[in-house]
Ligand binder design. Structure first.
Ligand SMILES: [Zn+2]
Ligand SMILES: [Zn+2]
Length: 536
């Protein structure tokens, strides 16, 4: 859910606009976007949204934010291509201005002189932003690692970083994700050795699951498939779309005749097949989960097949991923995942501590603010900066904190409102706290719906109350309990006067209260009780 605002005078630029994914406890919530109250209140001052790269946690909220905020969006060609596809799905592609931002081609945005500095990351065309203002330069690193051998040959632009450092940088905002890891993060090429081994030795199909935006990874797989005489197939909607897009842009190179259609997999000898598919996080509807459950139209696994999960296990997804792995093993596949074995099947896209030190050393900022990480990671990143004795002043800032920099110094200002907004993608609707509470309530104790037919003239019940329940209690025990519940309803009505029974709001509330007390006494559970009154 990365998003940051930089302001000078009457001008505001936003850096990144990401989403995050919900925990299992947020029932029926698909994604979470940032609360943009502050941007809404400062709408007229927003000059641009600048994107550091195309990962979901940096661009995912754009369709929702651009629905309300009118500002041009700047990004590298590949980032913008991902954004365009997203906006098209939301019918916003024609109304939003997308502007290309290229390395070493600075431009002006009001008082901001903006330069995009290419850095390596797990996604291509990623980078840092240098925002130069009349009081100094700010550098925001985005997500990065210093990969000396990226698959596209575009190494990090250390020279430009150093140039800024030499000229003097007011403040550095730097990625803290992997601060706890010692040393240097391996190159994207590090997976090549293990992939090659699997492709060479595997007697059956090789299925590799990774994020569909990982062009480095897709390129490695394509190269190796060619070498090991395996035809290649992309499976999963986003995998198919993003690989097409990257090929069209010349950012993914696939030799002629290597690719095959999903329906052709059946006709190929298993040892001549390599498949790249979505679903590395065990998402139930994604390709790999369906393959694991033998419910995919074109892909299946059988003894002798190798499955590689080339991604990090994102915390919260463990159960789903491990369950999927179990299914794959049960069908006889051999599963390779990030279990610490070497060479690795996955490498991180974020800088480890030695690379973070290099970044600090290149920039030598006056003020240092760690970003992108949990509190402990920000804290440890601060410690690193302090140990380096760079004479940088350090600030630990959390979401909503405001820092003001001027010619004199830095000062914390009053916090602004931040938070999360839950989105139900099926309906594009915001899911409020109340709804979440209700969903949790129903999921824990179930729901009981008493149905009453009341004669509006006499205030009398026209029929025995009916009770429907779901997720509350097993049917065998239900008979007796429902009978007693019916008695409770009748008693409640008897004890109420005609006005009360005639006022449906009142009688519903009385029935709800007495039934809840009754169920609590009898079962210790507190189902949601939702009386329905039929007018007869
Ligand atoms: Zn990223
Ligand atoms: Zn990120």
């Amino acid at each position: 859910m990365n998003m940051m605002a930089f302001e000078f005078g009457d001008h505001l630029v936003v850096v990144d606009c990401g989403i995050t994914f919900p925990d299992a406890e947020l029932l029926g919530v698909d994604i979470i976007i940032p609360d943009i109250t502050y941007l809404r209140e400062n709408k007229s001052r927003i000059r641009a949204i600048l994107l550091t790269h195309g990962h979901e946690d940096h661009i995912g909220a754009l369709p929702y934010v651009l629905d309300e905020i009118d500002a041009p969006v700047y990004g590298t060609p590949f980032t913008l291509a991902l954004v365009r596809a997203k906006l098209e799905e939301h019918g916003l592609a024609d109304v939003v201005q997308l502007r290309e931002m290229l390395p070493n081609q600075p431009f002006e945005l009001g008082p901001f002189h903006v330069e995009f500095i290419h850095l390596t990351h797990s996604i291509i065309e990623s980078g840092a932003l240098a925002l130069t203002t009349p009081v100094g330069t700010i550098i925001h690193t985005g997500d990065f690692k210093f990969d000396p051998t990226p698959t596209d040959g575009r190494v990090s632009d250390l020279h430009t970083l150093a140039d800024y450092g030499r000229k003097g940088v007011l403040a550095l905002f730097s990625d803290s994700t992997n601060v706890e890891r010692p040393g240097i993060t391996p190159s994207e090429q590090a997976v090549r050795e293990r992939f090659a081994e699997i492709m060479a030795e595997g007697k059956g199909r090789v299925l590799i699951s990774c994020f569909s935006t990982s062009m480095h990874r897709l390129q490695v797989v394509a190269d190796l498939a060619q070498q090991h005489r395996r035809r290649l197939c992309f499976i999963g909607r986003s995998m198919f779309q993003n690989s097409e897009l990257a090929q069209r842009m010349g950012r993914l190179h696939i030799p002629d005749g290597l690719l095959m259609q999903p329906q052709d997999i059946r006709r190929m000898p298993a040892r001549n097949v390599a498949i790249v598919l979505t679903g590395s996080q065990g998402e139930p509807m994604a390709a790999l989960s369906r393959v694991a459950l033998q419910s995919h139209k074109f892909v299946w696994v059988e003894p002798g097949d190798d499955v590689v999960i080339s991604a990090r296990i994102i915390p919260g997804n463990e159960k789903a991923i491990f369950r999927m792995m179990d299914h794959l093993y049960r069908r006889g596949a051999h599963v390779h995942y990030q279990d610490g074995s070497q060479p690795p099947v996955h490498v991180s896209g974020h800088a480890s501590s030695e690379e973070l030190k290099l970044m600090l050393n290149l920039i030598r900022p006056k003020y240092f603010i760690p970003i992108h990480g949990e509190y402990r990671q920000l804290f440890r990143h601060l410690e690193i900066a302090q140990q380096m004795a760079l004479s940088s002043e350090t600030y630990l800032m959390e979401s909503g904190d405001v820092l003001e920099l001027d010619g004199q110094g830095a000062q914390r200002k009053q916090r602004v409102k931040v938070g999360r907004v839950c989105i139900d993608v099926g309906s594009y609707d915001e899911v409020g706290d109340v709804i979440l509470k209700e969903r949790r309530h129903i999921s824990e104790d179930g729901i009981v719906i008493p149905i009453l037919a009341i004669n509006e003239h006499t205030g009398q019940l026209e029929a025995e109350p009916q009770i429907v329940s779901r997720g509350f209690i097993a049917l065998e025990q239900a008979q007796e309990l429902m009978e007693s519940a019916r008695q409770v309803i009748l008693t409640t009505i008897q004890k109420s006067n005609v006005e009360e029974v005639g006022d449906w709001g009142v009688i519903k509330e009385k029935i709800r209260t007495s039934l809840r007390r009754h169920f609590d006494q009898e079962t210790g559970k507190r189902p949601m009780v939702l009386p329905v009154v039929l007018e007869v």
